[in-house]
Design a protein around this ligand. Structure first.
Ligand SMILES: *Cc1c(COP(=O)(O)O)cnc(C)c1O
Length: 433
């Protein structure tokens, strides 16, 4: 690989996600992106299988999103949200209230998914506090979860593989049930919820809320589980007077086949976190939605003040692009696109099930996962470059090779992605024999 000045400086001075600056990993420079393709500095074009971490659902450099951003820049890029409001925030909040389930009526804007989780946790604890229930401060969740990298969010990530175990001593101690196993309602077994039921029964006096990623656990292991589990959780939360926070930062905006994953379980959360695809991958923006019950509850002590207010709260530029991204999504035939991707992923990934290195192949909506028996950590000296040589952008982690492409991806390009995974498996087979 050619080392240009940028890569040289980057390796010496810049942190990347989850990586070291003393022992930097291989980095590539992107100069532009269009549709589903990233153009690298060396001129190569690669097909994006990651949607830049779930976000670029309409692909890169979309004319309508570009135009929305440009128009908003000429009007006002930013203004503080304390004491002021603006059209993009009002428009976006209206869209979010309309497109989510009816009880979700209030919107708190923030700048990233992790912060929307922090806000959700604050809302839940403050809800009980305002009613004199100061003992309800803990959270209950399931293992293999991922909710972000800030301290409040970290504390509800999987305590073992959550990437944060070195901070264990400074994190609040929450309650963890085993992650559900059942993947379809047809094979539902009551034992799946037994530990969760036991924990909520035993601890509900001190539990403010349950927090979960509905149906798909993302960065904590790319695991899928069945809607029945969510229905049971909702019912137990009602029974034991515990709030339910759903983290749809990864699953929101159609990725699992419904606009929001909770729709497939026919349940309604008390608090909902969204982010990632909210602006179609253009700007950093997230939101926490909640019900009247929550706002009334927080107001029960008289003030109703929620003590949170990021500097860039409801940034007009981000809100304007988010409005356009949502319009684009709702005007498109995203259901068919996601269904089409799902069908194709099933057809093209399932044959790899026969590969002896493969433990499990799973597909849900526009998400395809190849889970290997062994972790790939030791292959990281050659694997990333090898993947790019196949003309694709895929970033395996642990024992997982997975893709969640932009919804606009065409059949041939998706085949290039799935074939690249096949090439990787073949290459691994050679390595292991
Ligand atoms: C990515 C993610 C987050 C964190 O969002 P950031 O924008 O990276 O802070 C939280 N929860 C889930 C489910 C996510 O996928």
């Amino acid at each position: 690989m050619e080392i240009n000045d940028n890569l040289f400086f980057d390796a010496k001075h810049i942190w990347h996600p989850y990586s070291s600056v003393t022992n930097p990993s291989c980095i590539h420079e992107v100069v532009s992106a269009h549709g589903v393709r990233l153009t690298l500095k060396d001129g190569r074009e690669i097909i994006d299988g990651m949607s830049s971490w779930w976000s670029t659902i309409h692909g890169y450099n979309h004319p309508r999103l570009n135009q929305a951003a440009k128009q908003q820049i000429d009007q006002m890029s930013h203004v503080m949200f304390g004491g002021l409001t603006h059209q993009p925030a009002v428009d976006l909040a209206r869209k979010l209230v309309d497109m989510t389930i009816e009880p979700l009526q209030y919107v708190f804007f923030s700048d990233s998914g992790s912060i929307s989780v922090e806000v959700a946790i604050k809302m839940a604890i403050q809800y009980w506090f305002a009613q004199g229930q100061t003992n309800k401060q803990r959270l209950l969740t399931i293992r293999n979860g991922y909710h972000g990298d800030t301290f409040g969010a970290m504390a509800v990530c999987d305590p073992v593989n959550g990437m944060h175990n070195m901070f264990e001593q400074v994190l609040p101690k929450h309650l963890f049930a085993s992650a559900p196993i059942c993947t379809h309602d047809d094979d539902w077994q009551d034992s799946d919820i037994a530990e969760f039921r036991q924990l909520i029964k035993q601890h509900h006096h001190e539990v403010a809320a349950v927090i979960l990623e509905p149906l798909v656990q993302g960065a904590g292991g790319m695991r899928f589980y069945c809607p029945e589990y969510l229905r049971q959780v909702r019912q137990l939360c009602d029974q034991y007077d515990v709030l339910l926070i759903l983290d749809e930062i990864a699953t929101g905006f159609g990725r699992t086949g419904s606009l929001f994953a909770y729709e497939q379980a026919d349940i309604s959360p008390d608090i909902l976190c969204i982010g990632k695809a909210l602006t179609g991958g253009y700007m950093t923006l997230a939101a926490t939605l909640c019900t009247e019950k929550i706002t009334q509850g927080i107001g029960a002590d008289g003030s109703g003040v929620l003590m949170h207010g990021p500097t860039f709260m409801a940034n007009p530029l981000a809100c304007r692009v988010a409005c356009e991204s949502i319009d684009l999504l709702l005007e498109s035939n995203w259901q068919q696109q996601v269904k089409g991707i799902e069908q194709q992923l099933i057809t093209e990934l399932k044959p790899y099930q026969n590969n002896e290195l493969v433990n499990n192949i799973r597909v849900k909506g526009a998400i395809g996962v190849v889970e290997l028996h062994a972790p790939l950590d030791k292959q990281m000296d050659w694997l990333p470059a090898y993947i790019i040589d196949q003309g694709v952008w895929i970033r395996p982690f642990r024992n997982l090779i997975y893709i969640m492409p932009p919804y606009i991806i065409e059949t041939d390009d998706l085949t290039t992605l799935t074939s690249a995974i096949g090439q990787v498996l073949q290459k691994l087979n050679l390595k292991y024999v």
